[in-house]
Write a protein that binds this ligand. Structure first.
Ligand SMILES: [Zn+2]
Length: 457
C-alpha cells in the first residue's frame, strides 16, 4: 500500500506536484511544476516547500512544460539532490525552458528593485545558476524501459502524445500500480504520436484541463492556409505569436505541407525565436518521440520541419531588421500569448498598420495582450506606451496540445479494469465534469483531487 498527497495542481491547472509515499519507504515527487497565471496563484510559488526536499528519493517528471517542471530549480536550491527521471527529449527541452525561466525570474527581481511599489519579489525564486544545478540530475528513461532505481518501487514511461518527450508513468510498488498521466495529448496529430493506452492500474492520477470542453472540429492546417492567403492578399505582413517549443514546430510543419500542396502563395518565412530554433533541433534529435524521423524525411540538418523559404533569426540585430518588411512575409515569434519575447516588438511595430495581420495560434489567458487583441481592443499598451490597433487580428483554435473531453475519455477507454481515479490539473468545473462522465459512463470510481489531501492507495 501507499499514500498520495496532492500538493499542487488540485482544483487549478498549474503547479503540478504530487507526493507518492510507499509502505516500503519510497518518497517520490510526481512532477515539480510552477504555479502560473493570476498573482494569487503565482504567489504560492513563494510558500515554503510543500515537502522537505531532502526527504525525497526522486522526482518522476512527466514533461517539460513549466507548470510541470518549473519548480525544480527551487527544489534543488532547497536541498534536493536526487535523480529526476524523465525521457531524454524531456531532459533536453526542460533544460531549455528552465534556463529561460531562470532568466525571467532574474528579470522580475531586477524590475522589483527598480519599481519597489509594484509588489514584485526583489529576490528571484531561483537564478540561472540554480538552473545549472538541476541539469546534472536529469536521469534519462527510454520509453518502455522498466526501471528499478528507486528503492521500493519500479516504473516505466510511455508516450503521452502531448509535447516532445511527454510521458505517462506506470509506477509499481507493494503489489500496487499507480498510473500518472502527466498531460494527455491529442489523437491523429501530424508530428506527435497518439497517447499510449494503458490497460491496467489500481489507481490513476490524471489531468483534466479540458475535462468539460471539446476542441473545434476544423483542420488547423487548412485554417492556417486560409489566413496566410488572406494576409498575403491584404498586402501586408503576417505575424504569428507562438510558443517556442512545440507550437512553432507544428506551424512550420503545416506550412511545409501547404507549400507542398501549392495551397499558399510563395511567402518567405522568418522564425524570430532563438528558443524556437533550439527546439527545432531537439525535435530533430529525438525520432523516438515523434511519429516519424524528421531527418529521414527532410534530410539531416534541416531545422525547418519541412517548410521551405525559412530564415532562422538568431541575433537581435537581425530581428530588428524585420521591422523594414512591408509585405509578403510571415514572422513566427514568441511568446504565444504576447506576454514577453520578441513578438512584442513586432506587435508594437505592426499593430498600427492596417494591411498587416496578427494571428494567435493558442489559448490566450485572461488579461494577456493576446486576449485583449482578440477581444477587439482598439488601443493596447506595449512597453508602457499606448499603441493603436489597426491591423487585422485573427485566431486559429485547433493547435491545442491537450486532449479534449472526448480524447481524455478515449484514453480512459484503454483500461480493461476500472481503477480508482483522481483528477488533477483542471479547474473545478472541468475536473468535476470529467469525474461525473467517468463515473456515469465508464464505471470508474473517479473524483476531483483536493489540494493538500492525502489518500491511501
Ligand atoms: Zn503540458
Amino acid at each position: 500500500m501507499g499514500r498520495i498527497t496532492f500538493i499542487g495542481a488540485a482544483g487549478v491547472v498549474t503547479g503540478s506536484k504530487h507526493l507518492l509515499e510507499t509502505d516500503s519507504g519510497a518518497r517520490v515527487l510526481l512532477d515539480c511544476g510552477l504555479y502560473q497565471g493570476a498573482p494569487k496563484l503565482t504567489e504560492r510559488n513563494w510558500d515554503p516547500p510543500p515537502v522537505d526536499p531532502q526527504s525525497l528519493d526522486a522526482v518522476i517528471l512527466s514533461h517539460a512544460h513549466l507548470d510541470h517542471c518549473g519548480y525544480l530549480p527551487a527544489l534543488v536550491k532547497q536541498g534536493f539532490h536526487k535523480p529526476i527521471y524523465c525521457t531524454p527529449a524531456t531532459a533536453e527541452v526542460a533544460e531549455l525552458v528552465l534556463r529561460d525561466s531562470g532568466g525571467l525570474q532574474e528579470d522580475e527581481a531586477a524590475r522589483a528593485k527598480k519599481h519597489p511599489d509594484r509588489g514584485l519579489h526583489a529576490t528571484p525564486l531561483y537564478t540561472c545558476d540554480d538552473v545549472e544545478k538541476v541539469v546534472p540530475l536529469f536521469a534519462n528513461v527510454a520509453y518502455g524501459e522498466m526501471r528499478s532505481d528507486i528503492k521500493g518501487c519500479s516504473f516505466r514511461m510511455s508516450d503521452a502524445g502531448h509535447i516532445l518527450g511527454s510521458a505517462i508513468s506506470e509506477i509499481f510498488f507493494d503489489q500496487r500500480k499507480l498510473v500518472f498521466s502527466g498531460d494527455i495529448g491529442r489523437y491523429g496529430r501530424p508530428l506527435l504520436r497518439d497517447p499510449s493506452p494503458i490497460a491496467q492500474a489500481d489507481v490513476v492520477v490524471c489531468e483534466s484541463t479540458y475535462g468539460d470542453r471539446l476542441h473545434p472540429a476544423n483542420d488547423p492546417q487548412l485554417d492556417l492556409g486560409a489566413i496566410i492567403k488572406a494576409a498575403h492578399e491584404r498586402g501586408g505582413v503576417l505575424v504569428i505569436p507562438s510558443f517556442a517549443v512545440g507550437r512553432t514546430q507544428e506551424i512550420l510543419y503545416a506550412i511545409g505541407q501547404l507549400q507542398a500542396a501549392s495551397s499558399i502563395p510563395n511567402v518567405p518565412i522568418y522564425v524570430d525565436s532563438p528558443m524556437g530554433i533550439a527546439a527545432d533541433a531537439i525535435m530533430e534529435r529525438h525520432p523516438e518521440a515523434m511519429r516519424f524521423d524528421l531527418r529521414a524525411r527532410f534530410g539531416a540538418g534541416d531545422q525547418n520541419i519541412g517548410a521551405r523559404g525559412v530564415t532562422l533569426v538568431q541575433s537581435q540585430q537581425d530581428s530588428i531588421k524585420l521591422n523594414d518588411l512591408q509585405s509578403n512575409a510571415v514572422i513566427i515569434a514568441s511568446s504565444g500569448m504576447a506576454t514577453g519575447g520578441r513578438v512584442l516588438h513586432h506587435l508594437r511595430n505592426r499593430l498600427g498598420r492596417p494591411n498587416d495581420t496578427m494571428c494567435f495560434v493558442g489559448f490566450q489567458s485572461p488579461g494577456t495582450l493576446g486576449q485583449q487583441l482578440l477581444q477587439g481592443q482598439k488601443s493596447v499598451r506595449i512597453f508602457g506606451v499606448a499603441v493603436a490597433v489597426q491591423a487585422h487580428i485573427d485566431q486559429i483554435d485547433g493547435f491545442s496540445a491537450h486532449g479534449d473531453r472526448n480524447e481524455l475519455l478515449r484514453w480512459f477507454g484503454g483500461f480493461t479494469d476500472k481503477p480508482k481515479t483522481f483528477l488533477v490539473h483542471g479547474d473545478p468545473d472541468a475536473a468535476a465534469s470529467l469525474a461525473a462522465a467517468l463515473r456515469q459512463t465508464g464505471g470508474f470510481d473517479a473524483n476531483a483531487a483536493v489540494i493538500g489531501e492525502t489518500v491511501e492507495i
